[in-house]
Every structure is written in structure tokens, then in C-alpha cells.
Design a protein around this ligand. Structure first.
Ligand SMILES: [Zn+2]
Ligand SMILES: [Zn+2]
Length: 489
């Protein structure tokens, strides 16, 4: 993560299960937590081992060839909390009868050292149908670029995608954005990567086939898929078009799909998804520069709308001018708001004012500038993922104003409470948006000519691009290092 406002990242919302409870630890957390840890370790192993064994014995009639492999890293499907030490366990069993690798994920409680919270995880029982190699799992052949281990190096992979179901849309991938979360995922920096891992969740292309019940799009239409490809469709969040907050939301890659197979992302020649997760791209919205909106765009659009910032006359601050920030400025301006970019240095001032059309620019480290702008903003979208002080930002808010965090620092930030109390101010968070709102955002972007600033690269450049992204050495050479595009094919 960079140290500048340019470091912006949250693409995958933190997944929390339905039964997850987060309780503050009131006293001496350092003293209490290790006890938990020890107990849970033992219980976790036992339960996981038992379940794994039983599962294969029952379903595959004792043709168990490989026993249980407890692991400290819970696989996909369990609950993850960034910055936490995860204490889930995983049982693995290989059945020689059907050659099914069953994963019994599960168990227990994690300890979030960083946030000082105890995190109770739901036990989940999952079978991953890793029957055969990824290329033989499904009937439709696919080609992509995958990481096969934590080195994160991407190499060509033959795999497969499911046949086009009644409600499915299949499309040829034309471009796919590179998001910083792709980098975290291929290197297993969040601890739940399953290899081979095909990243990419800003996927756009042209429809090649639709299922019999699909009426949203037709062959030849331009479409996209963003961060998610499934959810439960029965919970309160889903019923309110907020699949992004569904506890069973399925991510576009490195997640377990309804059929038990692992999802693969857009660094690939072809994609298939349920039509509910397909976003229509209006003709006038360029595919390559529109693709990042599927992640960055909706991440900022949703809070602008939800918190009432999307109105003429509102004064909105945008902290950080990276992949999320530059798009936030464009959307906020299109809503008619007055926009102030807040950054740690003046290096991006010209860019903010002249290129992006922001109304003013504030250096957050300049006490005089902050003082002059105190109590002037209705809302602030904070895209910075590095640890940074909140006090200057809170002081910029008017009474009842809201500071919305969309970047995800991996360490806790200090929250000064008195200024919140005095002005009845709020600090909030937000993660992408539901499918209905994502379509609304894309349509709005097309209408107002909003796109992300991008650089198009060829697929064989992807490893170099990832290295540069990791090092941040593209910051001064390219306008927005977060959002590269892959001309996949
Ligand atoms: Zn993303
Ligand atoms: Zn749901």
C-alpha cells in the first residue's frame, strides 16, 4: 500500500456470516484472547477432522484415500476478516471412488488482533467439486491467466466454464481491469486464496450465448460483470437489492459457486454468469474505460447516493486521488455537487482542478488550509487505504455531516470522538453496491460521459503490470496506477 492518497483500495467487501457476532473486548484483550485461541485450536481440529472423515465415509463408501489436513488458512467459503488472524480449520478428504476432493471448511472463532475484536465464525460445510483438473470440471473450454502459488506470477491456464444455463449469459471477454485487490488475491495476502486463481472482476465483453430464460440481453450486446456473481436471493439484503451485503454473496473469483466449484475471474477469454449479475453497457460507454466502473465506480457512486451527497449544492470532499478518488470526483461533479479534493501534498492539484474539474483542493497536512475549510462539507468520501488521521477530515464536516470510508486500511484508525459528539457527525463505511444500483451507475456514467482514466496493456504484459502495481512505481508515470486494462483478446 502506498503512503499517498493514491492508495485506494476496497473492492472486496469483508465477508461476514449471518451468525457472526463482533464483540468489543472490554478488558485486557491481550490476556484473554490467547486462552480462546488455545481452546478453539483443539476444538477446531477435532470437529474438522471428524466432519471430513464422516463426509467421505458416508458419501463415498469408505473409499477415502487421503485423510484430514487441518490448516490454519481457512479456504474460500469461510468467514474472513482482513487484518485478523484466522483460526478456522479445513478438513480435506480425497475420495478414490469419484476422485472428489471434499473440503470441510470450518469451525470456530477467529481473533482479530488488529481491531481487538473477537470474531465468531459460522461453521460451514462445503464440498468443492474439484473432481478433475479445472480444465475438465465443466463442459466449456476456457483459457485464462492464473496464479498457481503465492508468488502471484500469472501464467496461462486451460480451465473450463459451466454450460450456459437457462438464466445464464455467456460472453467473450474483451477487456478486464486490474484492481489492487487482484494483486492481494494472487499473492494470498488476505489468506484465503485458492489456487489456481484466475483474477479479474472488472470484466467487459460481448454476449455470445444466452439461456432460454434470459431476457435482459441478447447475443451481440455489450455487457460487464463486476465483483460478484451470486448471492442467496432470500435474505433481507437481497430483498432490498443489496446483494453486495448478502452474507452468502459469491465473489467473481476465488469463491465457491452454488454448484460447489470455484469461481474464476476475467483474466480469461470467456465468462459466464447468471443474468442477474450481468450489467448492460450502453452503446456510447467505451468498454475499456467503462470496465473499472464495475468496481471503482460503484464503490463511490453507492455512498454518494445513499448518504444524500448526490445533490446539487452539496459540498463533497474526496480524500485521495487514485482509482476510486478520481472517479468519485467525476460522479460528484455530475451530480452537481461542489467538490474539494483532499490530499496529503500538492502534487495532484493540477490534475484535480484542471483535468478532473474539482472546485478546490486542500492539503490535509496544512493546518491553516484545514482551519479555513472547517465545518464546510456535507460529506466526505475517503478512499485512502493507508493509515491516516481522521481528525482533520471530521473537522471539515458540517454538523450532521458524514465521513464515508471506502478505502480499507489494514490497521485501525484513531477515532476522535468529541468532534463527532459536538456536531452530531457520523463516520460510516460502504462497499460496492447492489446489482440494480450498479446498472443505474453504468447508465448514469454513460449519460454523463464518465469513464475511468486508464492505460490499455496487452495480456502478456500482465506480470510486469502487477509488479509495477505492487511497487507503486507507476505513480509518476501514469495518471492512475490502479486501473490498468488488459486487452485480454
Ligand atoms: Zn476491484
Ligand atoms: Zn442474500
Amino acid at each position: 500500500m502506498g503512503t499517498e492518497g493514491a492508495s485506494v483500495e476496497i473492492s472486496e467487501p469483508l465477508l461476514v456470516s449471518e451468525t457472526q457476532q463482533i464483540k468489543p473486548v472490554e478488558e485486557e484483550p491481550e490476556q484473554q484472547i490467547p486462552e480462546w485461541k488455545d481452546q478453539i485450536t483443539i476444538r477446531g481440529l477435532a470437529v474438522s477432522a471428524l466432519l471430513g472423515t464422516l463426509f467421505c465415509i458416508i458419501t463415498h463408501k469408505l473409499n477415502l484415500t487421503v485423510g484430514i489436513i487441518p490448516s490454519l488458512n481457512v479456504g474460500a467459503g469461510a468467514t474472513e476478516l482482513k487484518g485478523c488472524e484466522d483460526l478456522g480449520f479445513m478438513g480435506l478428504a480425497l475420495c478414490s471412488n469419484c476422485n472428489t476432493l471434499a473440503e470441510i471448511a470450518g469451525v470456530g472463532r477467529g481473533v482479530c488482533w488488529v481491531n481487538g475484536l473477537l470474531v465468531k465464525q459460522r461453521m460451514s460445510l462445503t464440498q468443492i467439486n474439484m473432481t478433475k483438473a479445472p480444465e475438465a470440471q465443466h463442459p466449456v473450454k476456457a483459457f485464462g491467466w492464473a496464479a498457481t502459488d503465492q508468488s502471484g506470477h500469472l501464467s496461462p491456464l486451460n480451465f473450463s466454464r459451466r454450460a450456459t444455463g437457462d438464466e445464464d449469459v455467456r460472453f467473450k471477454v474483451l477487456y478486464c481491469g486490474i484492481c489492487h485487490s487482484d494483486l492481494h488475491s494472487i499473492k494470498n495476502e488476505w489468506g484465503f486464496s485458492t489456487y489456481p486463481l484466475v483474477p479479474g472482476h472488472e470484466i467487459v465483453g460481448e454476449v455470445t450465448e444466452v439461456g432460454s430464460k434470459v431476457n435482459k440481453v441478447k447475443v451481440g450486446d455489450k455487457v460487464g460483470v463486476g465483483c460478484m456473481v451470486g448471492a442467496c436471493h432470500s435474505c433481507e439484503q437481497c430483498n432490498n437489492d443489496l446483494e453486495n451485503y448478502c452474507p452468502k454473496m459469491i465473489l467473481t473469483y476465488n469463491s465457491i459457486y452454488h454448484d460447489g466449484t470455484i469461481t474464476y475471474g476475467g483474466f480469461s477469454d470467456t465468462m459466464v454468469a447468471n443474468e442477474h449479475y450481468i450489467v448492460r453497457f450502453p452503446e456510447n460507454l467505451p468498454l475499456e474505460a467503462g470496465a473499472p466502473l464495475l468496481c471503482a465506480g460503484i464503490t463511490v457512486y453507492s455512498p454518494l447516493k445513499y448518504f444524500g451527497f448526490a445533490q446539487p449544492g452539496k459540498h463533497i470532499g474526496v480524500v485521495g486521488l487514485g482509482g476510486l478518488g478520481h472517479v468519485a470526483v467525476k460522479f460528484a461533479k455530475a451530480f452537481g455537487a461542489k467538490v474539494t479534493v483532499i490530499s496529503t501534498s500538492t502534487s495532484k492539484k493540477d490534475e484535480a482542478l484542471e483535468h478532473l474539474g474539482a472546485d478546490s483542493f486542500l492539503v490535509s497536512r496544512d493546518a491553516d488550509q484545514i482551519q479555513d475549510a472547517m465545518n464546510t462539507m456535507d460529506g466526505i468520501i475517503d478512499t485512502v487505504s493507508a493509515v491516516h488521521p481522521l481528525l482533520p477530515l471530521i473537522s471539515l464536516l458540517k454538523s450532521h455531516g458524514t465521513l464515508v470510508m471506502v478505502g480499507a486500511p489494514d490497521k485501525p484508525l484513531e477515532l476522535p470522538v468529541p468532534p463527532l459528539i459536538v456536531g452530531r457527525k457520523m463516520v460510516a463505511g460502504s462497499a460496492i453496491g447492489g446489482m440494480k444500483e450498479t446498472q443505474e451507475m453504468i447508465d448514469f456514467a454513460a449519460k454523463h460521459n464518465i469513464t475511468a482514466d486508464i492505460e490499455v496493456i496487452s495480456m502478456d504484459y500482465v506480470n510486469t503490470a502487477m509488479e509495477r502495481l505492487a511497487k507503486g512505481d507507476v505513480r509518476y508515470r501514469f495518471r492512475y496506477q490502479r486501473w490498468k486494462h488488459l486487452g485480454c483478446y
